[in-house]
Design a protein around this ligand. Sequence first.
Ligand code: G16
Length: 583
Amino acid sequence: MASFTVAKRTTSPHEGQKPGTSGLRKKVTEFQKENYLHNFVQATFFALGEDKVKGKTIVVSGDGRYFSREAIQIIIKIAAANGVRRIWIGQNGLLSTPAVSAIIRNRVGQEGEKASGAFILTASHNPGGPHEDFGIKYNTENGGPALEGLTNKIYETTTTINEFYTADGLPDVDIAQIGTSSFTGPDGPFDVEVFDSADDYVKLMKSIFDLSAIKELLARPDFSFCFDGLHGVAGAYATKLFVQELSAKESSLCNCIPKEDFGGGHPDPNLTYAKELVLRMGLGKTGPPADPPEFGAAADGDADRNMILGKRFFVTPSDSVAIIAANAVDSIPYFRSGLKGVARSMPTSAALDVVANNLKLRFFEVPTGWKFFGNLMDAGMCSICGEESFGTGSDHIREKDGLWAVLAWLSILAYKNKDVPAGGKLVTVEDIVRQYWATYGRHFYTRYDYENVDANAAKKVMDHLVELQSSIPDLNKIVSGIRSDVAGIKEADEFEYKDPVDGSVASHQGIRFLFQDGSRLVFRLSGTGSVGATIRVYIEQYIQDKAKTGGDAQETLEPLVDVALKLCKMEEFTKRSSPTVIT
Ligand code: G16
């Protein structure tokens, strides 16, 4: 058995290691700088403290993007030198973000051990490759991303770090082979265990959903299904889940081989980047194919985001979470005894609020960032939550979950069609959404992203918006000068959240303009980009009149979009005449 010694290496701080909305995301070239990753990993161990590190089991894996393999070996050595007892790794270093959360919460090792945390190696939906993005984040005992108390401590430590520990004599571990590699160090034994990436996760999905009902749906001659893995880590789960468990045809999967550069694509499941799926579902600009599938879905690089499509039909993420919440108790065995509550992030449309109000459910509005749902779930206050940024999930884990969302929608479709005989009229995704709008009203919604904007220009936009809020009458004069066909503003603020469980306060979480008719404009800076600043503008209008819920979203929202862009002086400050992405 190979043995290692602990070496102390001197280092100096790297600037800018402050974790964003979900971890530290930078260009690969930044991570390749001398000791860049080492500093961050050691700072995390210092911030956690010895009692959360020594003798513990830690998961290390991710979406398999470029630089992951080198990063895993570096982390193994630093972990060993810091006294970690055991590292758990998915085969080839692949584990989706939701699977990591499930493993922390549920996996029990051969000696009865459980993981105390995880380094997840991903930059999520950002592209991968030598000149693209890499990322790392730490998840804690509850399976969720570290809260701000810990990430701030990690960041502070990175600003003063002057040494890290590494295991000298520890060879690189073969992460392609399932099995355990054992070593000895000054603290005793150290093991690296490599296991199948999908087993734990598939087991969890089987305990949540009625897979036989979904299997029956997929077997119907009038139903067809396709899933696009965008060459992210979802591919490591899709064949097992959809083909082996649910008997879907292999041809229903596309881009399901995980690649370190995501096949050169942008692994972001939205109408702009999931091009192949969008065309296949008949939503492309080049004209619909002969007969698109009834249901299509995609997940992002680390498989925590999802996009749901029907035949020639897009389901907005804000509607998706509201529809799942409205149908969960009937369609998904896990929720059979009722929902504890529901939650959404602040910029997500208020569709979920209407469902919560109708079903008399507890409701919470949190800042952007999945970590903010964790305390609510741990306290048994929330079952289902979602975000406009293509994230949906439940308290089965503490991350959003792309494949869970796909199974949730298939469960709803299976339930709605359970009494529809072969040859009868299939209830489609579009039928479900239109029925939902007819019952609850529709929140027309769009988001404009201005990516890689000069950071000073972005600051000017935000400062200007903060200033505008000081007088509502003055604000309304400006608004009516821009468009006379929009309602007046009744309230404006900078969103602040007080966590009802631990009382912590998160301030400056975006600027909101709330209109008399329930419309909303929200402006915030993204916390997930790796270069410059990204300004996000969220535009929403609620229409209850059944006769009007079927309209085109961009057309309906045009007056509010006009107000939003002129109000913030987007073009004047940023010199951008149009957004990079519209979702
Ligand atoms: C992360 C967070 C989400 C957030 C999203 C976008 O997702 O977990 O909660 O909504 O970023 O954040 P921002 O608007 O700050 O860019 P992911 O999928 O990137 O890990």
